[in-house]
Ligand binder design. Sequence first.
Ligand code: SF4
Length: 149
Amino acid sequence: MNARHLLIVVNNWLVRRHRHRFAPSEILVLLPRCLQRADCDRSVVTDLDACRRCGRCDVAALIALRNETGARFHMAGGGREAAALTRQPAVLAVVACACEKELLDGIRVAFPKPVLAVPNTTPEGFCRNTRVDIGRLRAAIQELLKPAA
Ligand code: SF4
C-alpha cells in the first residue's frame, strides 16, 4: 500500500466514523473528464445529459446512478473547476472519483467538508479512458445519504 492510498483509506475511515448524513441535493459527485471515451465528441463535461448512452464508457451508467440517487453529478475539466464546485455553499459533502493524486488534492481543497474518495481505474494508463466501479460509487453515495423518511 503506497502513502497516497493509505491517506485515502484513513480519510474515508474518518468520514465514515462521523456518520454524516445529507440530502441528495447537498451531495456533489465529482467525476474526472477522462471517464469519457477520448474519441467521443459529446460535450458531457458541460452537460452530462449530452451523452447519447452508447455504453462505450461509464458515463451512461453514471447518468443512471445520478437519476437513482438524486445527488448532483458533475464532470470537472480540471482541478481548479473541481475546487470551485466543491466550494459551492449548497454542497455539504463530496463523493469524489479520480486518480489518487487528484483525490488527495480534492480532500485538501474541500476541507472541512467530508469527502468520500473512490479511486478510478486506469486500464489504458492515466488520464485516458479511465473507468469507475459503479457499485463502489453507489455505496459511497448511499453512505452519505439521509435515510428516506
Ligand atoms: S457512453 Fe458513449 S456517448 Fe456517452 S460519453 Fe461515453 S462514449 Fe460518449
